[in-house]
Design a protein around this ligand. Sequence first.
Ligand SMILES: [Zn+2]
Ligand SMILES: [Zn+2]
Length: 256
Amino acid sequence: MNIQVLGAHNIESRECKCVSLVIDNILAIDAGALTSGLSLSAQQNLKAVLLTHQHYDHIRDIPILGMNFRLHDNTINVYSIQPVYEALSTHLLNDILYPNFIENPAEKPTIQFKILRAGETESINGYTVLSVPMNHTVPTVGYQITSSDSKSVFYTADTGPGLTECWRRVSPDLLIIEVTTISKYNDFARESGHLTPNLLQQELESFREIKGYLPRIVLVHMNPLDEKGIETEIATVAGALNTTIQLGKEGMQIEV
Ligand SMILES: [Zn+2]
Ligand SMILES: [Zn+2]
């Protein structure tokens, strides 16, 4: 399984992009950098996009991706939970801000939106996809993707602490987890449903206690302004847990 990190941050510039992951060039998760991070033809190669939640940094490229598929007279499958479908169709693809690709053209809508239920497993383009409810300010699911050769990655999406139940549901080889800011903002992180290095350490300790191992770990959704601080604090966390934790980076390729 090949995982491409197109975006690993929570804001965008020439140097950094919002979160998007692509598995084996065909299955994308979150749409923070799907258009700015992929050529037009690589976008056309995508078979499906999984969205974790409705926040703008995670859905922003869906309209322009839709236009690319429309102009190629092609269709793309987009999967997410009901609240994301409602937010997209009400506020973005509503024929006011942008064309309603979910319903048009009527005979073959450009975006084939498929609703997932949190906690359930779906077979998508040969992968087993488990949607796991996470702790964020709006309904959010993380995705565990398992390939036909039994390799698996779990991407948490945006989440705050309290992941004990989540850990019971997943057993990934690779964990892609968010760390948004530094530990002095623990209170802000708890309130806004995010993690810091300090909060991550507690969640990883609980993971190891429940599962008896730690997977390979890559961080995303970092605030670029805090990245140096995150890096320093994460080195301490990794040392305390006797493991390695990598900071995600635009253009990073991970083989699982
Ligand atoms: Zn969010
Ligand atoms: Zn976010």
